[in-house]
Write a protein that binds this ligand. Structure first.
Ligand SMILES: Cc1ncc(COP(=O)(O)O)c(C=O)c1O
Length: 487
C-alpha cells in the first residue's frame, strides 16, 4: 500500500487540476522553498521564538504588518482556527456575551464552548435561490447588538466571497467602545495589487450600482484591516502562495489587550511552531510585496475570462460581481437545470480532471488565484461550456433546504456540550435540549447548537433533510438525537 507521501506524489503527477485551496495551487514557481527538511528546525540560538519574538521572527511579522497596515501582526502556524480562538478569548471575558453570525466557522463555536460564552446570533440571511449566506448591514448590527455585548464577530468575506461593510460595522462597534473581530480567513489577498486599499475606497453601494452580472472585476475588495476592524484573521494559505496551516492575526486600536491576546496565542498554538511554515509565510509576504500586482492582475484576468467565456451558457450560470465580491470565488449555479451541485462537481472531477472546492445544493464552488495556470482555467471554461450544451432548462425543480430559524435556547453551549447526554428518538425529542451540534452540509451552518431546544419545527426539518438523503452531521440515524440527559 502506498504511504501518505507516495499518495501525494501520485496526485502531484496525475492530471487532476486543483480548483481549490491552497492558493499556491501546487505550482512550484510560486516559491523558492523546495527542500523543506533542510530548513525544519526548532528554537535554536539565533533563530528567535514565535511565542516571545524579538529577532528574525519579529522582523518577519513586521514585514507582514507593513503589507496590511495594522498596528501589530502575529504569525499563526495553527491556521485561522487558532487566530479565531485567541481573538475571541482575548476580546470577551469568560462567560461574557458576543454577537455573531449563525453561519460562523466552527472555530467560533469552539471558542464559545471553551470560554463559556453567551452567544447572541444575528439572523440567518441567505441569498435566495443560491442558498448561500448573505452579508450583514450596519442596520442588522444596530438591531441585534445588546448593551452587554462585549464584541462583534463577523465573517467577511464569506466562504463564497460575499463581503459585509466592515467600515460601517466597525464604526457602530467603536461608538459603543467594543471591538469588531473579522474572520477574513478567505480574504488575505484583499487590498493587495495596484487597485488595492491604498488608492481605492471600497464602497459597496457605489460598486453595486456599477455592477451587473456581466461587469468585469477591476480590483479585489478592500481589506478589513484598513476598514477599521480591531482584529482581522487571514488564512494566507487559502488564497495566497503559502503552505497549508499558515495564517496571520492583525490587531489595531486600543480595545484589545495585546498581552492577553498573546497569552491566548501561546495557549492555542503549538509550543514547537514550524519554521518551515513561518518561512513560508515570510516568503509569501515578500512575493506579494514584489509581485503582488501581477498576481492580482492574473487573478482578475482569469476571473473575467471565466465570466465572459461562459456568459453564453444557457443553463449553468457563473455568478457575477453583482453577488460575489471576491474574484477568487467562482460560484457556478445549476439552479436552472435538473442537475444538483453534487452531480456537476462529480462530472467536473471524473470527466474533466477538475477538483473543485465544494459542492452545494444547487451550486459548485471553485477557488482560483493568481497562481493558477492558463491550462487549468481553459480546462474549466471548456468543461462548463461543454456540459452546458448537454443540459436543458428546467423550471422549479429545485428543492430548497433553507435554514431560516434559530431554536430557543435553555443552556449555554459549554454547559450543554459538557452535560451527560442520551440518545432520544425523533418522536420523543420535542422540548429536549440538544447536547450536540447538528449541521447540514453544505453550507455547514448549524441547524441546532448544544443548549438549544428541539422544537417540533426543528425535528421535522431534520427529518426532512434525512428523508431527502442530505448530509446531516451530528445525528445517529438509528439512535436518534443526542440530548442532555434528564435528571
Ligand atoms: C470562514 C473560516 N474561518 C476560519 C477558518 C479556519 O481556517 P484555517 O483552516 O486556516 O484554520 C475557515 C476554514 O475553512 C473558514 O472557512
Amino acid at each position: 500500500m502506498p504511504d501518505l507521501y507516495q499518495e501525494l506524489i501520485n496526485l502531484a503527477e496525475s492530471n487532476m487540476y486543483p480548483l481549490h485551496m491552497p492558493g499556491h495551487k501546487r505550482n512550484e514557481l510560486s516559491t523558492p522553498m523546495k527542500g523543506a527538511f533542510r530548513c525544519d528546525i526548532t528554537e535554536i540560538d539565533g533563530y528567535d521564538n514565535l511565542h516571545d519574538e524579538t529577532g528574525i521572527i519579529l522582523e518577519a511579522e513586521e514585514r507582514a504588518n507593513k503589507l496590511y497596515g495594522a498596528d501589530k501582526t502575529y504569525f499563526l502556524v495553527n491556521g485561522s482556527t487558532s487566530g479565531v480562538l485567541a481573538a475571541i478569548s482575548a476580546a470577551v471575558s469568560k462567560n461574557g456575551k458576543i454577537l455573531a453570525a449563525r453561519g460562523s466557522h466552527k472555530s467560533f463555536y469552539h471558542a464559545a464552548y471553551l470560554r463559556n460564552l453567551n452567544v447572541k446570533y444575528l439572523p440567518y440571511k441567505q441569498i435566495e435561490g443560491l442558498n448561500i449566506p448573505d452579508s450583514f448591514s450596519e442596520d442588522d448590527i444596530e438591531q441585534y447588538i445588546d448593551t452587554d455585548v462585549e464584541a462583534v464577530f463577523i465573517t467577511s468575506p464569506t466562504y463564497e466571497g460575499i463581503c459585509s461593510d466592515i467600515r460601517k460595522i466597525s464604526e457602530i462597534c467603536h461608538r459603543r467602545g467594543i471591538p469588531l473581530i473579522v474572520d477574513a480567513a478567505h480574504g488575505a489577498h484583499f487590498g493587495l495589487g495596484t487597485n488595492g486599499t491604498q488608492d481605492t475606497m471600497f464602497n459597496k453601494e457605489k460598486e453595486a450600482n456599477e455592477a451587473s452580472a456581466e461587469a468585469g472585476y477591476i480590483s479585489v475588495p478592500e481589506n478589513a484591516v484598513s476598514q477599521g476592524a480591531d482584529i482581522v484573521i487571514h488564512s494566507v494559505h487559502k488564497t495566497l502562495p503559502s503552505m497549508t496551516q499558515t495564517a496571520l492575526i492583525h490587531v489595531s486600536g486600543d480595545l484589545i489587550d495585546r498581552a492577553r491576546l498573546k497569552r491566548f496565542l501561546r495557549i492555542y498554538q503549538s509550543s514547537s511552531p514550524s519554521y518551515v511554515l513561518m518561512s513560508s509565510i515570510d516568503l509569501c509576504i515578500k512575493e506579494m510585496e514584489e509581485n503582488g500586482n501581477s498576481y492580482i492582475e492574473n487573478l482578475l484576468k482569469f476571473r473575467n475570462r471565466i465570466q465572459r467565456e461562459t456568459s453564453d451558457c444557457k443553463v449553468l450560470k457563473v455568478i457575477g460581481k453583482n453577488v460575489i465580491d471576491d474574484p477568487s470565488k467562482v460560484l457556478v449555479s445549476v439552479q436552472d437545470s435538473t442537475m444538483t451541485g453534487e452531480q456537476l462537481y462529480d462530472i467536473l472531477r471524473e470527466e474533466y480532471g477538475l477538483q473543485l472546492e465544494m459542492a452545494g445544493e444547487n451550486t459548485v464552488l471553485a477557488i482560483i488565484t493568481g497562481w493558477d495556470k492558463e491550462e487549468g482555467i481553459n480546462r474549466f471554461i471548456n468543461a462548463l461550456t461543454e456540459i452546458d450544451k448537454g443540459l436543458s432548462v428546467a423550471q422549479d425543480n429545485q428543492v430548497s433546504h433553507k435554514i431560516s430559524f434559530i431554536p430557543p435556547r435553555k443552556m449555554n453551549i459549554c454547559d450543554a456540550w459538557d452535560a451527560e447526554s442520551e440518545f432520544v428518538s425523533f418522536s420523543d425529542a420535542e422540548n429536549r435540549i440538544a447536547a450536540e451540534f447538528v449541521n447540514l452540509y453544505p453550507p455547514g451552518i448549524p441547524v441546532i447548537v448544544p443548549g438549544e431546544v428541539y422544537t417540533k419545527e426543528i425535528i421535522d426539518t431534520v427529518r426532512s433533510y434525512l428523508d431527502q438523503g442530505l448530509n446531516v452531521q451530528g445525528i445517529e440515524k438509528k439512535e436518534g438525537l443526542l440530548c442532555v440527559r434528564q435528571k
